[in-house]
Design a binder for this molecule. Structure first.
Ligand code: ATP
Ligand code: MG
Ligand code: MG
Length: 377
C-alpha cells in the first residue's frame, strides 16, 4: 500500500489515519507535540509546522500529502508542491487561510455571505459600523478559531478598543454584519480529482462560548432547506475546485435564507457524527478523495447527536460510564464514546466526543441532558 503524509497530528489526523488504515494506507505525520493524538497510532516526525526540512522528510516518506488544518506555512506548502504530491493543491489553502479571500471565493461560487468590509484603519471601521448597524462582528482575517480573534461590537463606544485589540494580531481585519440566525448549519462535501462530488447530510450546530457543543442530524429544518444547504456546499466544492473535504458553516435566517459564515478544507468537528451514523465517515471520504478513489455513500443510517467532550468533561464522563450506559439502555440510545488520547485535560480543550445514535433525536438529546456533565448555558 502507499503512505499518506499528514501535516498536523491532532485528533483530525488521528481519525483520518484510523479510517485510512482500514483501506490499507500507512500514515506519517508532522507535529510539534511529542505523543500527539495521531502519533500514537502512526509514525510521527516531531517538528514545527513551519520547519521546511522536517516537511521535506515527511514528503520523502509519503506518496501523497494532506493536512488537518488550513494554516499551513506558505514556504512549506510551496516546497511540498514542487517536491511531493499534494492533490489538494496550494490555492485551496491560500484561499481559506484568509477570510477576505475566502468570502470572495464563496461569492464567486454564487453563494451569499454576510455583508462585510475590509478594515484597514479605525476610520474604515467607523464607516462600516455605520453602514451595517449594531451589533456587528469584527474578525481578524487570519488565524482565528473557537471565536478567538473576534469582537462583537455592540455599542459605538467599543469601536476604538475593538480595533486596537484585534489590530495587535498584525493581519487584515474584516467587519461583518451580524446575522440574526435562527439556526447554524454545516455541510461537509467531498470532491475527488476526477471531479466526483458528494455531500454529507446537513448538521444543525449549537455552540456554547463559541465552541461547538452539539451537532444534530438530521437538522431540524424543512427538507427544502436541507437540500438547499447541501446544494450550496456542492456548488462551493465545484467552484473552488476542491479536492478532499470542504466543510461549509452556514447561518439560516427566519425567512429561510442561507449565508455562508466560513469554510474549512478538512474534516470538521461538526462532521464527527458521520463516524457511526453514515455509511461512510468524513475521514474515510477524505482519504478516498485525496487518493482519487470512488467516493463512498454518504447516506445517513440513523438519527444522531454529537456532543463534544472538553477538558472539564473528561473526568465526570469516565467516572459515570456505568450510569451513562444504564441511562442509554433505558432511553434506547447508543452513545459511542471517542477519546483522542490527549494527555492534558485543559478546560475548553477538545478531548473527545460522543455520537449518540437513536431512533428519535429527542431521546439522544435527553441522554445528553440526563448525563448531567454538560452544563446548560
Ligand atoms: P471556528 O472554531 O468555527 O473556526 P471561528 O473562530 O473561525 O470559529 P466563526 O465561525 O467565524 O469563528 O464565528 C464563531 C461563531 O460566532 C459562529 O459560529 C457564530 O455563532 C458567531 N458569528 C460569527 N460571525 C457572525 C455573524 N456575522 N453574525 C452572527 N453571528 C456570527
Ligand atoms: Mg473558523
Ligand atoms: Mg466557525
Amino acid at each position: 500500500g502507499s503512505t499518506i503524509g499528514i501535516l498536523g497530528g491532532g485528533q483530525l489526523g488521528r481519525m483520518m489515519a484510523l479510517s485510512g488504515s482500514n483501506l490499507g494506507y500507512r500514515f506519517v505525520t508532522l507535529d510539534p507535540t511529542p505523543d500527539a493524538p495521531c502519533g500514537q497510532i502512526a509514525e510521527q516526525i516531531t517538528a514545527g509546522y513551519d520547519d521546511v526540512e522536517a516537511a521535506r522528510q515527511l514528503a520523502a516518506k509519503a506518496d501523497v500529502i494532506t493536512y488537518e488544518f488550513e494554516n499551513v506555512d506558505a514556504g512549506v506548502a510551496a516546497m511540498l508542491m514542487t517536491e511531493s504530491y499534494v492533490p489538494q493543491g496550494s490555492e485551496l489553502l491560500y484561499t481559506t487561510q484568509h477570510r477576505l479571500r475566502e468570502k470572495r471565493a464563496i461569492e464567486a461560487a454564487g453563494v451569499k455571505v454576510a455583508p462585510y468590509a475590509e478594515i484597514t484603519c479605525v476610520e474604515d471601521l467607523r464607516q462600516a459600523v455605520e453602514r451595517f448597524g449594531l451589533p456587528c462582528v469584527l474578525k481578524t482575517a487570519t488565524g482565528g478559531y473557537d471565536g478567538k480573534g473576534q469582537w462583537v461590537i455592540r455599542s459605538l463606544d467599543e469601536i476604538q478598543e475593538a480595533y486596537e485589540t484585534l489590530a495587535q494580531a498584525k493581519t487584515e481585519l474584516v467587519l461583518e454584519q451580524f446575522i440574526r440566525f435562527t439556526k447554524e448549519l454545516s455541510v461537509i462535501a467531498a470532491r475527488s480529482p476526477r471531479g466526483e462530488v458528494k455531500a454529507f447530510p446537513v448538521a444543525e450546530n449549537i455552540h456554547v462560548d463559541n465552541i461547538l457543543h452539539l451537532s444534530i442530524v438530521p437538522a431540524r429544518v424543512p427538507f427544502d432547506t436541507q437540500d438547499h444547504a447541501e446544494a450550496l456546499a456542492i456548488r462551493i466544492a465545484e467552484s473552488m475546485n476542491v479536492v478532499g473535504l470542504i466543510a461549509v458553516e452556514m447561518f439560516l435566517t427566519e425567512d429561510g435564507e442561507l449565508f455562508v459564515n466560513e469554510v474549512a478544507p478538512r474534516p470538521h468537528n461538526s462532521g464527527h457524527y458521520t463516524m457511526e451514523a453514515c455509511r461512510t465517515s468524513q475521514f474515510e471520504q477524505h482519504v478516498r478523495a485525496v487518493c482519487n478513489l470512488p467516493l463512498g455513500d454518504t447516506s445517513l443510517i440513523t438519527p444522531v447527536v454529537m456532543v463534544n467532550v472538553l477538558g472539564e468533561h473528561v473526568e465526570p464522563l469516565v467516572a459515570r460510564m456505568a450510569q451513562i450506559d444504564t441511562e442509554a439502555s433505558s432511553l434506547n440510545v447508543a452513545p459511542k464514546v471517542h477519546l483522542y488520547g490527549k494527555q492534558e485535560a485543559k478546560e475548553k480543550r477538545k478531548m473527545g466526543h460522543v455520537n449518540i445514535l437513536a431512533d428519535h433525536l429527542d431521546d439522544a438529546l435527553t441522554w445528553v441532558e440526563k448525563t448531567n456533565i454538560w452544563r446548560k448555558k
